[in-house]
Design a protein around this ligand. Sequence first.
Ligand code: EPZ
Length: 421
Amino acid sequence: MDQYKLVIQGERPLSGETYVSGGKNTSVAVIPAVLLCDDVVVIENLPDIEDVRVLRRILEHLGAKVSFDAEQSRMTIDPRSVNTCEVPFQYSQQMRASYYLMGALLGRCGEANVGYPGGCDIGSRPIDQHIKGFSMLGAEIEECGGLMRFKGKLSGSVINFDMSTVGGTINVMLAAVKARGYTVLNNAAREPHVVDLANFLNSMGANIKGAGTDTIRIRGVDRLHGGSYTVIPDQIETGTLMIAAAATRGDIAIHGTIPTHMDALTAKLLEMGVSVSSADDVIWVRVKRGHRAIRLTTQVYPGFPTDLQQPMSALLCRAGGRSEVNETIYDNRFKHLDEMRRMGAKVTISGRTAYIEGVPQLRGAPVSATDLRGGAALVIAGLMATGVTEIYNPSFIARGYEHLEQKLCSLGADVRREEAE
Ligand code: EPZ
């Protein structure tokens, strides 16, 4: 149980201007990728979030020299002093993306001993496709003492993923970038952070083509140099802020975005009657009337992202009519709706589908965050509700959102931290 809770006084329309931070899911791939470089790397636009802090501790454990200027959103990593390829379970279990240490260390040292990853409990999250990819590249794999052990001199191969997997695509790309010869990843994930990681690696000397399509071709190189790189803005934070504006019937501008990354969400908000427009790196969200119910199905990029399903389904709890939300990526990503029932939400869950009957009002209540995006969904519920909402275990939110409370308060919300009893 966290020592603090979030207390939200609801029903305040958001208005004004804000900005989006660097992407979490890009950052947690780029930081391990630095292990493949032979010189110092400076990463710009890195968000000050718990997952980034955990990765910093892991890199320091491996022997890298790391400094992080949170004010400037800049991390400097010198990987030359790395002296081990082992990441014990007490580190790896602190986050999901610790699995990228497998591909990065394997690519660097020809060996990686990494504990099982942790992360949000949103359903079963196997990594069989990562392991299949490493094996196709020539790694031998065994499990021993709670560690997954990978070893081998890697050479290029053709890998056909059985499903579109972001983590699998990135991890195998990390392992293949310095493998001998030519690797082809078929049925690769196309998410923006896959493209951003490929751009990072290419800017350090890698030869990767096709990222953003479902076929990625990698010609192995002997070395990657150092340099500096700026990570892309966070697509999910942008979407969460857009949904928060819609939920409070607000009027906001979000700066520093890539609007095309938001097309799937924008289309659904327009369908609900929300006004969304964009120019250059700014997105404006305005609401003039009540929202209409919609049907929503999560899909891989460029479809509607599962990571925005939870904030969006919170918003739908107050839309006029009956919404249907189909979650196709994870088998247990509706826990926030159970919490929201205590706030008056009318929801029926059947397997991976939630049927949401919009209600005119939600009432503030004590609720508990159970995962990162579910926590953000409860913040949105609290912003919409009458009275006071208390969110327990809010540290889930700090794992992936930089300064969310401050950003919301600067837009006129009343969100504060208080000691949890
Ligand atoms: C990444 O998780 C993100 N995490 C998730 O972000 C995001 O929800 C997910 O991609 C989908 O977009 C990071 O980038 C660190 P997947 P990942 O491999 O890579 C199945 C957030 O809130 N699968 O694309 O773990 C899997 O079970 C989070 O920021 C296998 O069966 O997701 C799931 O059903 C949470 N075997 C589906 O594929 C495998 O080997 C997609 O998973 C790999 C995946």
